[in-house]
Design a protein around this ligand. Structure first.
Ligand SMILES: Nc1ncnc2c1ncn2[C@@H]1O[C@H](COP(=O)(O)OP(=O)(O)OP(=O)(O)O)[C@@H](O)[C@H]1O
Ligand SMILES: [Mg+2]
Length: 288
């Protein structure tokens, strides 16, 4: 059994001016070496959970254990272990990319090579430009490598591929995978199901501050999936579609007759996509 990096037990949090809890008693574990995704619609409590786990918010209820020790009593050594990619990149806009990296690097004992990091996300050529002149995607990439400045053991990434073009999103995803391959643990929040499909070992769906499912992406698809076969065929000058249960398909007379008699254009066995599962399991209580 793998080590538990985090044990989160009945975590609750309410913002000072709010009369409802943003996080309403969630429990989950994060294991060493996994990429754990916290997914859910806007306002569900993903960023709030990340901020609590990274000790930005301390007045929470419930318990968070980090390698078995209560996070509340853990020393600032905790920050040496963490790399944090914030949802909205905050940099010094009057400083260059390189100066920003140097500034944040000084805060840590461990220091990765800054130019190597900038190079990995295609920012080396722009290192001497003021960050205020960076495009949004450039700021996001700088935000991501900033999280790696201290050679962290654990990465917290809040929507890190948001707003990136496919090529840059790929670069970031490859770096996340490389981080995991080196033994790192990743906690990420997203609402991009592509990222989940490509990265996450396990996911938790959060809805209105409550966790409604925790599983591997594959188990979720099996649980919520419709096992079906979708056939597109040509009939009377146009394309028609028919859907059959995958179970017992070999004895399904209607299906067998169709593929014997008709001109088939496509046949697909269908799994429910993670997008469909996301919509289903995070549907607001009021809509259920
Ligand atoms: N500073 C704040 N003060 C009061 N309420 C807040 C504050 N920040 C967030 N909230 C509320 O807490 C709830 C959870 O917000 P949170 O930012 O954690 O959502 P999220 O899941 O990260 O959403 P998104 O996908 O839009 O980033 C929301 O109802 C939100 O309005
Ligand atoms: Mg958020």
């Amino acid at each position: 059994m793998k080590n538990k990096v985090f044990e989160v037990k009945d975590l609750r949090f309410r913002y000072a001016k709010s009369n409802v809890e943003a996080v309403c008693g969630i429990s989950f574990d994060v294991y060493e070496g996994e990429i754990f995704g916290l997914l859910g619609p806007s306002g569900a409590g993903k960023s709030t959970t990340q901020k609590i786990m990274t000790k930005l918010f301390r007045d929470y209820q419930g318990e968070i254990l980090y390698y078995g020790k209560d996070l509340k009593t853990y020393s600032n050594a905790y920050y040496e272990d963490l790399g944090v990619g914030f949802e909205l990149p905050v940099h010094f806009s009057k400083l260059t990319g390189l100066e920003n990296m140097k500034f944040f690097s000084q805060l840590y004992k461990q220091r990765a090579n800054i130019e190597t990091l900038l190079d990995q996300v295609g920012l080396l050529e722009d290192k001497d430009r003021m960050v205020g002149e960076y495009s949004k995607g450039m700021k996001m990439r700088l935000n991501f490598v900033r999280a790696l400045l201290n050679n962290p053991k654990i990465l917290f990434l809040d929507e890190v591929t948001n707003g990136l073009d496919p090529k840059n999103a790929r670069i970031i995803k490859d770096l996340i995978r490389a981080f995991k391959a080196d033994g790192g643990t990743v906690f990420l929040t997203t609402h991009l199901m592509n990222d989940v499909e490509e990265l996450c070992d396990r996911v938790a769906f959060i809805r209105e501050g409550e966790i409604v499912e925790i599983a591997t992406p594959r188990a979720l698809k099996i649980k919520h999936g419709n096992r079906e076969v979708r056939v597109e065929y040509f009939s009377n000058g146009k394309t028609e579609e028919a859907v059959y249960d995958l179970d017992g398909i070999g004895e399904n007379e209607a299906f067998l007759k169709l593929i014997k008699d008709k001109e088939i254009e496509t046949i697909h066995s269908g799994e429910t996509s993670l997008d469909d599962i996301f919509i289903k399991v995070t549907k607001a209580k009021s809509d259920a």
